[in-house]
Write a protein that binds this ligand. Structure first.
Ligand code: BTN
Length: 252
C-alpha cells in the first residue's frame, strides 16, 4: 500500500481538504499540514492546531476496507489507527534515550474510542486523537490524526492534554513520529479482524475499567467488558448497555 503525500503549510482542516479530494475520486493519499486554522475534533469540538504538532489525514477508498457495514468500516479503520498510534508513540518514546517508565508514566494506552492517554501524577492526559469520517456516496474514508508533539498546550487544556515535548523535556522531529506511524499503519492494515481486536484490547485502558459514557441521549455508568468495531459494551445496574457514540470518562 503506497500513499501520495501532500504537505501543506496551512489549511483549514486536513480532513476537509481530503474530503474535497475524495469527491474528485482521489484515494490512497495523505495530507499533512503544519498548521490548521480550523482543526476539528470529535463531537464537533475544535482541535487546537498550532505549529509544532502533527496534523494529517489519510484518504482511502471504501472498497479497500472490506467490512459489512458503515459502523464496521469506520470502526475497523479507527482501531487500525489507534493501535498504530499506540505502537508508534510507545516505540518512539522508548527509543528517545529513555523508556516509558523513566517519564513517570503510570498509564499509557488507548481510551475509548481513539484517544491515546498518558497518566502522569494521577491525571489522564491526551496526547493524540483521531477523527474519522466515511462518505458512502463517493466511496471514501478519512482518518484524521492529531498528535501533540512540540506544540504548546493552551492553559485551559493543560489538565487534560500533554505534548511529547512537555513529557520528555525536549523538541522532537515530527516526521520521525509520522514515519513510524505510517510503517505501523501499513503493517496493521493487513492484519485480520481478530488480530486487530486483540491488539486493541491489549492496549486499551478502558476495557475492564469503571467508566462514564456521555452520549447525546444519555449518561451511562458501568464496567466495560467488551469493545469491538460496533461499539462499547458496559455492565450497569440496569443491565448490559451498548453504545457507539459519546465521550468516555474513566472513573478509576
Ligand atoms: C479528537 O477529538 O480526539 C480527534 C482529533 C482529530 C484531529 C485531527 S488533526 C488532523 C485532522 N484534521 C482535522 O481537522 N482533525 C483531524
Amino acid at each position: 500500500m503506497d500513499f501520495d503525500i501532500i504537505h501543506l503549510r496551512e489549511v483549514d482542516s486536513t480532513n476537509k481538504y481530503c474530503r474535497n479530494l475524495g469527491k474528485m475520486g482521489k484515494k490512497n493519499l495523505i495530507v499533512i499540514s503544519d498548521v490548521q486554522s480550523s482543526g476539528v475534533g470529535r463531537l464537533e469540538r475544535k482541535w487546537h492546531s498550532q505549529y509544532g504538532g502533527l496534523y494529517f489525514s489519510i484518504l482511502l477508498g471504501l472498497n479497500e476496507v472490506k467490512n459489512k457495514n458503515k459502523n464496521e468500516n469506520m470502526g475497523k479503520l479507527n482501531f487500525i489507527g489507534s493501535i498504530s498510534l499506540y505502537e508508534s508513540l510507545f516505540d518512539y518514546i522508548n527509543n528517545a534515550s529513555k523508556s516509558v517508565e523513566d517519564y513517570n508514566i503510570k498509564t499509557f494506552g488507548i481510551k475509548y474510542p481513539n484517544d491515546l492517554i498518558i497518566n502522569i501524577n494521577g491525571n489522564n492526559k491526551k496526547i493524540s486523537g483521531i477523527l474519522s469520517e466515511v462518505n458512502m456516496d463517493y466511496g471514501f474514508l478519512i482518518l484524521g490524526i492529531g498528535i501533540n508533539i512540540n506544540n504548546n498546550i493552551s492553559r485551559d487544556l493543560k489538565d487534560i492534554a500533554i505534548s511529547l515535548k512537555e513529557l520528555t523535556g525536549r523538541e522532537h522531529n515530527r516526521f520521525e513520529v509520522f514515519n513510524k506511524f505510517i510503517d505501523r499503519f501499513k503493517n496493521n492494515y493487513h492484519l485480520s479482524d481478530s488480530e486487530i481486536l486483540n491488539k486493541y484490547e491489549k492496549y486499551s485502558k478502558t476495557l475492564g475499567n469503571y467508566v462514564k459514557i456521555i452520549t447525546p441521549k444519555e449518561v451511562i455508568i458501568g464496567t466495560v467488558f467488551k469493545i469491538d468495531y460496533e461499539g462499547i459494551y458496559l455492565s450497569t445496574f440496569d443491565g448490559i448497555k451498548h453504545v457507539n457514540v459519546g465521550d468516555c470518562i474513566h472513573l478509576r
